[in-house]
Write a protein that binds this ligand. Sequence first.
Ligand SMILES: [Zn+2]
Ligand SMILES: [Zn+2]
Length: 160
Amino acid sequence: MKRRGFCVFEPELLNDGVLASVDLPLEVSLDCPVCQRRRRTVLFAALNSPGLCPYGRHEFGWWVSVTVSPGAVRLEFDYDYVPFVDAKHTTNEDTYAPYAGREKGAPTWVRFRYWVQCGCGLRRRYLSDENAQCGCGRRVLASGEARLGWFELPISGTSE
Ligand SMILES: [Zn+2]
Ligand SMILES: [Zn+2]
């Protein structure tokens, strides 16, 4: 079954910071039915290209889109999911800390790079999970937790 995952990032910027663009690559933690392992960090090196599952070194998923609007970033990626039992944690899947409480088949972690122009004029690239501080010494990000979700794609809605 094909799913479309998405990430919405609406950072609260400080010091007249302006969200400029999103940069490569995109990393997403996904459950891989090929390896039958949960929470693989799939690397999408380029937009409109397949991701790489590092565990099995096979292609997995497809980076569909990046939309940057004033104050918000939306990233979308397609991937396949069918329910499976984790190949390593077969008996403790529900209690193993990295898996516990996380929805099976859902994207559970994301990291990407984005550019912000600070009010001082300096433009810098930041990681989405870092506490962004400009070279002028001021923080440019007050808060910015990326939200993740997914929805089922119709059978005909393949993009690969
Ligand atoms: Zn895999
Ligand atoms: Zn600055």
